[in-house]
Structure formats: structure tokens, C-alpha cells
Design a protein around this ligand. Structure first.
Ligand code: ACO
Length: 321
């Protein structure tokens, strides 16, 4: 049985970079409030003509180049997103078309698990490779959350941004993804949601993100710590063997709590939330790509990826890079 190994990574942030001070000119907030509560300094916002698939394709091209793999050799594309280009077809098929490999016939589909989307997508890709159903898989997290935010609601709009990250996984005799775990608890769906839907040409319910911030915070810290422990223990590892924690970049305080629980110093955590805010499914591959390109993460090191989002849905992945 072959492992799923990371062959290459890539990412993309839209050019429009908005600071906390920029936001404070439009709504009643401050750099001090946002920084102390979240660690966020900037977010990047897509232009009107930039779609989620455009961000995804830019990240995918970077990942394919770093993997040195022609797009034609992909045999599966998975896009994690909660902000797809359209109701259907999937953003993954649009990405396939924009990469110019529609005629390859490789399967392509979206996964929707909000901020846990990348955990769900990479775990699905791992299952395809472990079972022999795929050899080279492109896994993307891409979002344009700026389009589902109420820009007059200071309790939510300051937290999120747009972006994309991508990973090319290839079948390998060497590890690879060692262990992963996904979980969900739909009893908490009201704490974080964008309930609107289009019905007979009209929007029913609010099309904007709503959130119980403190409720999300509490649950996130508890469940991320638990799933991280479980993945490490079930794989027969200890937290001391983790070289880098690559967490979902929602909030610096949630990240610090998880690291502290694992006994990891912040020097072992890839932190990028200050640069792009919460980019939902894109945040883990964005952080991973940043960690690799900056030289923090080296080949052979053990990484723990973890994330949680609306649903709630959450998960963690232990891998050897
Ligand atoms: N600027 C200034 N003041 C603000 C802002 C703002 N942007 N937003 C809220 N406030 C005010 C509130 O109105 C409140 O004022 P009041 O006391 O006069 O009513 C005060 O700040 C405190 O509000 P709280 O909600 O208690 O602030 P808290 O310390 O809990 O921080 C936060 C809020 C940052 C949202 C926190 O709860 C949090 O990080 N939760 C996690 C949410 C999250 O990360 N969600 C992402 C999606 S899920 C995921 O990715 C894990």
C-alpha cells in the first residue's frame, strides 16, 4: 500500500491588501481591538472579476510547478470551498477546465466543510491514494469569504479574507500522510452559518455569515486539542515528535491554546493569520506553503495539520513532509 506524499505546494493571495486601519476608517473598530483578540493585521480581498476558481488556479499552478508535475498527469482534483463560483458545476471542474486538462477526464469534485474543508479534502485524497484509486491528486482550499460577509457587522467582517492554497499529493513508498481523523457534530450548526439560499430566483434567509464568537472559540479550543491528541496517539507518536504545527489560521489565541495543550512552543507553529485573516478552507494550505517556501519546514520533518469550522466539522492530519 502506498502513502500519499506531498510533492509540491502553492498559494495565492489577491493583490488588494486591506489593513486593520483601513477597516477602522469604514466601521467602528480599531487595529488594537482586532490585533489583541485575533492576531490579524491584514486580509486580502478578491477583485470583482476574480472568482474562487481563479484564486484556486493560481495556487494550483504554483503547486504543480513546485511538484514539477504537468497538470496532464493529475488523476483527481478536489477543491475545498464554501464560496464556490456558482451553485453548479463544482469549482473543481472549473479549475480543471482553466488548467486546460478537461479532456483528460480526471474526476473533479468539491468538498464543503467550511474551515475544516482542507482537512476533509486532503483526507479524501489520502484515501484515494492509499486504496490505489489515484496516483497524483491536486488538493486545493480556495475561498472568497469577502462575498458572504456583512461589511457593516464589525463582529464578523474584520475576521475573514480571501485566498487559496494547494497541495499536490503523489503515491509513494515513503510516508507521507501517516494518520488522519475527521469528525463533525451537527448539533452546533447554529453557532456559525451562512443560512441564505436561492429559491425560485430569490434569496431566502440571510446570505451573510453569522457567528457566536465566544461559543465558537470555546468549542474550537476543546475539539482541536482533543483531535490533535487522538491523531498523535493513534499513530503511535508523541507530541514531542512534531516538528511543526500547521493549524487553521482563524485566530492567534485559538492557535496558542492548541499549541500550549500539546506542549509545543510557538516557535514550532507556522503562523500566517496576521497576513491574511481567516481564509477558511484556504488557510491551512496557505500556511503550509508559507512554511515550506520560507524554509521553516524541511523535508523529512513531521507536521501536524488541524482545523475546525462550521457544522461543527473538524479534523487533524499527521504527515511526514
Ligand atoms: N471592533 C471593536 N469592538 C468590537 C468588534 C470590533 N471588530 N467586534 C466586537 N466588538 C465589541 C463587542 O461589541 C463587545 O462590546 P460590548 O462589550 O460593548 O458588547 C466587545 O467587543 C467584546 O465582544 P466579545 O464578542 O465578547 O469579544 P471576544 O473577546 O469574545 O472576541 C472574537 C470576539 C474575536 C470573535 C472571539 O470570540 C473569537 O475569536 N471567536 C472565535 C471566532 C472565530 O475564529 N471564528 C472563525 C470561524 S470558525 C473557525 O475558523 C475556527
Amino acid at each position: 500500500m502506498q502513502y500519499a506524499k506531498i510533492l509540491g505546494t502553492g498559494s495565492y493571495l489577491p493583490a488588494n491588501r486591506v489593513s486593520n486601519d483601513d477597516l477602522a476608517k469604514k466601521i467602528d473598530t480599531s487595529d488594537e481591538w482586532i490585533t489583541t483578540r485575533t492576531g490579524i493585521k491584514f486580509r486580502h480581498l478578491a477583485d470583482d472579476n476574480e472568482k474562487t476558481s481563479d484564486l484556486a488556479v493560481a495556487a494550483a499552478r504554483n503547486a504543480l510547478a513546485s511538484a514539477n508535475l504537468p497538470a496532464e498527469e493529475l488523476d483527481l482534483i478536489i477543491v475545498a470551498t464554501s464560496t464556490p463560483d456558482m451553485i453548479f458545476p463544482s469549482t473543481a471542474t472549473i479549475v480543471q477546465q482553466k488548467l486546460g486538462i478537461g479532456s483528460s477526464g480526471c474526476p473533479a469534485f468539491d468538498v464543503q466543510a467550511v474551515c475544516a474543508g482542507f482537512m476533509y479534502a486532503i483526507t479524501t485524497a489520502n484515501a484515494y491514494i492509499r486504496s490505489g484509486m489515484a496516483k497524483n491528486v491536486l488538493v486545493i482550499g480556495a475561498e472568497t469569504f469577502s462575498r458572504i460577509l456583512d461589511w457593516n457587522d464589525r463582529t464578523t467582517c474584520v475576521l475573514f479574507g480571501d485566498g487559496a492554497g494547494a497541495v499536490v499529493l503523489g503515491a509513494s513508498d515513503e510516508p507521507g500522510i501517516i494518520h488522519s481523523k475527521l469528525q463533525a457534530d451537527g448539533d452546533y450548526l447554529d453557532l456559525l452559518k451562512t443560512p441564505g439560499q436561492v429559491v425560485n430566483g430569490q434569496v431566502w434567509g440571510t446570505p451573510f455569515l453569522t457567528m457566536d464568537g465566544p461559543g465558537v472559540f470555546k468549542f474550537a479550543v476543546k475539539m482541536l486539542s482533543k483531535v490533535a491528541d487522538e491523531v498523535i496517539t493513534e499513530a503511535g507518536y508523541t507530541a514531542g515528535q512534531i516538528d511543526w504545527l500547521v493549524p487553521h489560521q482563524a485566530n492567534k489565541r485559538i492557535i496558542e491554546s492548541t499549541a500550549k495543550h500539546l506542549g509545543l512552543s510557538m516557535e514550532k507553529v507556522v503562523l500566517t493569520v496576521q497576513e491574511h485573516g481567516n481564509t477558511s478552507a484556504a488557510s491551512i494550505p496557505l500556511a503550509l506553503d508559507s512554511g515550506i517556501r520560507s524554509g521553516q519546514i524541511s523535508r523529512g520533518q513531521h507536521l501536524l495539520l488541524e482545523g475546525i469550522g462550521g457544522g461543527f466539522a473538524w479534523g487533524a492530519v499527521l504527515l511526514k513532509y
